[in-house]
Write a protein that binds this ligand. Structure first.
Ligand SMILES: O=P(O)(O)OC[C@H]1O[C@H](O[C@H]2O[C@H](CO)[C@@H](O)[C@H](O)[C@H]2O)[C@H](O)[C@@H](O)[C@@H]1O
Ligand SMILES: O=c1ccn([C@@H]2O[C@H](COP(=O)(O)OP(=O)(O)O)[C@@H](O)[C@H]2O)c(=O)[nH]1
Length: 736
């Protein structure tokens, strides 16, 4: 039975070892809830670190531990202390975490960390590969495992691999400074689908891929040599029902069933009914903006002293990654800030900040969410921030105000919150006042919108959406594969060729016979290409036509020693073998050159790295060497400008591979190729090409023609091969 393997740094369980006995309890995190259906209901398996350091586990208990883990449909990756220090504290949390959250000055670039990260990713890969069966799907989570997609894909290209990044993906300008940037991107590109919380993270990633690796990206897909990778955003939700039903139940507790915390919170409300509580919950992490938040609260008390004794900041900071230097320093800073502000403002009956440094059980979190009138969540950067969503879900009577940082992924979906810039103390101080004074009707209006969205797009829907997308990619992939010119299909083709009497080969040049180079003038054919064309042309009853967008002079010079037919400028000019002279295939004029050329020149001047190629009857604007984004943007702009001008001039705009070409409307490779075979009776027509200009050929040639696309993007061709490098092998088949 097909299954899905979920892979994350930590397993969704807590192991307890007491008196030689091993037991486990499930962890209650959002990811575990969201993935429950994928994990439990489809024969799934969750692979991750079980929370135990190898050296700390009695060797006699190792098998028992794995048995307990297995009972929960999980498998462990074993980590030594060394692994954990270098991989988790080191590369994950001392390099990637600060870099991806724009805290570049906190990042440490250490080769030892990197080696450890690679080694641990390989350990994960080993466990995944041991558990994989044909047709399985793998869903990998987060920044600790960015090399894993590639490690799996290399060994098991048949397996469908998804990856989700839970933290931001930084802008190219930040990402490019990481010494191992290529390896990280290549690692991620092993996945078929890469998911992010927001569109911003997605576009940052695409920009890094095109600028650093030079791959073509269009909309949300990346074309690799042999695969297409899809990139999309899936904003993670919460288990809405769980939070809202616990919150409802919490309101109905009686004196005897209330938790100690709830009792204290109620007591506080009864004593000072007009006083408001402002909630702050996060892991103690420098990305969460805790220090700024406290300072903004101080500013609020200074600026609006009428609220002294009338508000309280209830702050829960959960210990996290305390082995990393910056986290230790942050703890000290927060302790001191809280102490100073409490000392400065406290009265005999009031402390401005209630500060808890610990993790709280779920029911206590609900106590806090339901009792505090305002939630103040001000991360400097945050992938998503689930606390913001949980707070809103717990406000069952729809009162309460959420103040949320614009820098949290959640802000993209929670527009009705009071959005703030976490570095603007004055703004935060004023927004706290606005929140406290917000009329109840306004609070309800805002929360109603947010609640209905959170309810709809909950964590299960998030997981379902991701999995559905991955499945649909797999189906498309299978469909595309039916066109791949594989061994069997090649054999059949060869048979057809052998049985035929009159053959013709239409061969495109750039991107087909020859790979792309930055300067088109340097793409002349080498001996290998010339020999290939010569041998093909020497076959009995076989005609070879080089059909290209190149100008006649260049093509003529390159193939002067081989008696092949040449079709240049996308079909404008042709040279037959018999008379060896170029002639126009249609009546052409160049009256339009003086109008179009200055426009192309303007785009050359404005777009560094671009240039004009002037042919006899067409003009081409090349942008291969330009910045990839700027090049695409200017190409779209330019083609729109030219399209307008072409209407009454009988011109058309062709989109090649990083080139736009303007030429007369009534000529293209399709027309040239079909006209060429009109009078001859060919029973084996073969055409191969790589870009949009070749599509005319694929569309117009007779139905039984063997049309082959180089690359796997959408095509009218009957077959495709994956890479330009495979062209020579394919053509050699007919020669041997
Ligand atoms: O495992 P830890 O090192 O203790 O860290 C806890 C988790 O922190 C990160 O959470 C991120 O994921 C959340 C859900 O998608 C998102 O809301 C938040 O903004 C992120 O920071 C981290 O991604 C996890 O791997 C850690 O387990
Ligand atoms: O004492 C606590 C405090 C918080 N949380 C949970 O920790 C998660 C924090 O997720 P968030 O996305 O806000 O930030 P992260 O810590 O993942 O960066 C939320 O689901 C909280 O309910 C918890 O389990 N115990």
């Amino acid at each position: 039975m097909l299954k899905t393997l979920i892979v994350s740094n930590r397993l969704p369980l807590q192991l307890n070892i007491k008196n030689g006995k091993v037991s486990s309890s499930p962890s209650v995190g959002g990811l575990a809830t969201g993935l429950k259906s994928v994990h439990k209901e489809s024969n799934g398996l969750w692979i991750g670190w079980n929370g135990l350091i190898q050296e700390d586990v009695d060797s006699q208990l190792v098998n028992t531990v794995e048995k307990v883990v297995k009972e929960q449909q999980c498998a462990s990756v074993t980590l030594s202390k060394d692994d954990f220090d270098g991989f988790y504290y080191g590369f994950s949390n001392h390099t990637i975490w600060p870099m991806f959250h724009y805290f570049m000055e906190y990042a440490k670039f250490s080769n030892d960390y990197w080696e450890s990260y690679k080694r641990v990713n390989e350990k994960f890969a080993q466990v995944v590969l041991e558990n994989l069966e044909e047709g399985d799907t793998v869903w990998i989570h987060d920044y600790q495992l960015m090399l894993l997609p590639q490690l799996i894909k290399e060994k098991r290209p048949d397996v469908s691999v998804g990856f989700f990044l839970h933290i931001p993906f930084p802008s190219f300008e930040v990402f490019r400074t990481i010494p191992w940037r290529e390896q990280i991107l290549n690692g991620l590109l092993g996945a078929d689908l890469i998911g992010f919380h927001t569109y911003d993270y997605e576009r940052h990633f695409l920009s890094s891929v095109s600028r650093i690796l030079g791959y073509a990206t269009s909309f949300n897909s990346i074309t690799l040599a042999d695969r297409v990778v899809t990139v999309d955003s899936f904003p993670m939700g919460i288990d809405y029902e769980k939070f809202s039903s616990f919150a409802k139940a919490n309101q109905q507790q009686t004196d005897t069933t209330q938790s100690e915390l709830q009792r204290r919170l109620y007591h506080h409300q009864e004593e000072t009914p007009e006083a408001k509580m402002i909630l702050s919950i996060d892991r103690l992490d420098y990305t969460k903006g805790i220090a700024n938040r406290i300072k903004a609260y101080e500013r609020f008390l200074e600026k609006y002293p009428e609220y002294i004794e009338k508000v309280r900041l209830v702050m829960l900071a959960v210990p996290s990654r305390s082995n990393v230097k910056q986290y230790k320093r942050l703890k000290k800073e927060i302790d001191e800030l809280v102490g100073r502000i409490n000392g400065k403002f406290a009265t005999v009956s009031w402390t401005p900040i209630w500060y808890f440094y610990r993790s709280m059980p779920f029911t206590n979190l609900i106590d806090l969410y339901t009792s505090c009138e305002v939630a103040l969540i001000t991360p400097i950067r945050d992938g998503m921030n689930l606390v913001a969503k949980e707070y809103v879900a717990c406000r069952t009577d729809q009162t309460g105000v959420l103040i949320l940082s614009e820098m949290a992924g959640a802000a993209k979906e929670m527009n009705e919150a009071l959005l703030i810039n976490p570095n603007d103390m004055e703004l935060i101080a004023d927004t706290i006042k606005e929140a406290i004074e917000m009329p109840v009707s306004e609070q309800k209006k805002r929360n109603k919108y947010m609640q209905s969205r959170l309810k709809r797009y909950n964590v299960e829907k998030w997981a379902e959406d991701f999995m559905n997308k991955l499945k649909s990619i797999k189906r498309t992939e299978e469909l595309v594969k039916t066109k791949l010119l594989n061994f069997n299909r090649k054999e059949k083709l060869l048979q057809r060729y052998k049985e035929s009497k009159n053959r013709i080969f239409f061969l495109d040049y750039d991107g087909t016979l020859r790979g792309f180079v930055n300067n088109p003038n340097e793409a002349s054919p080498d001996e290998k290409i010339l020999n290939l064309v010569r041998s093909l042309n020497n076959l009995p009853r076989t005609e070879v036509v080089i059909i290209s967008g190149r100008d006649a002079d260049t093509l003529g010079e390159w193939f002067k020693d081989i008696p092949v037919v040449l079709i240049a400028e996308h079909g404008v000019l042709k040279k037959n073998v018999v008379d060896n002279k170029w002639f126009l295939t249609e009546a052409m004029n160049t009256d339009w050159f003086p109008t179009i050329e200055p426009i192309l020149q303007k785009y050359v001047d404005r777009t560094p790295g671009t240039f004009i190629e002037k042919k006899k009857y067409s003009l081409a604007w090349h942008y291969r060497k330009a910045d990839p984004d700027l090049g695409e943007q200017r190409a779209t702009e330019l083609s729109n400008v030219i399209k307008e001008l072409s209407i009454n001039r009988g011109l058309s705009v062709l989109y090649g591979n990083k080139v736009i070409e303007v030429k007369s409307m009534n000529v293209h490779k399709g027309k040239a190729a079909t006209n060429h075979i009109l009078s001859s009776e060919k029973d084996f027509v073969f055409a191969i090409g790589d870009d949009w200009t070749d599509e005319f050929m694929f569309q117009d040639l007779p139905e039984d023609a063997v049309t082959v696309k180089v690359g796997r993007v959408n095509t009218a061709a009957r077959y495709y091969i994956e890479r330009q490098e495979d062209v020579a092998d394919l053509l050699s088949l007919f020669i041997s």
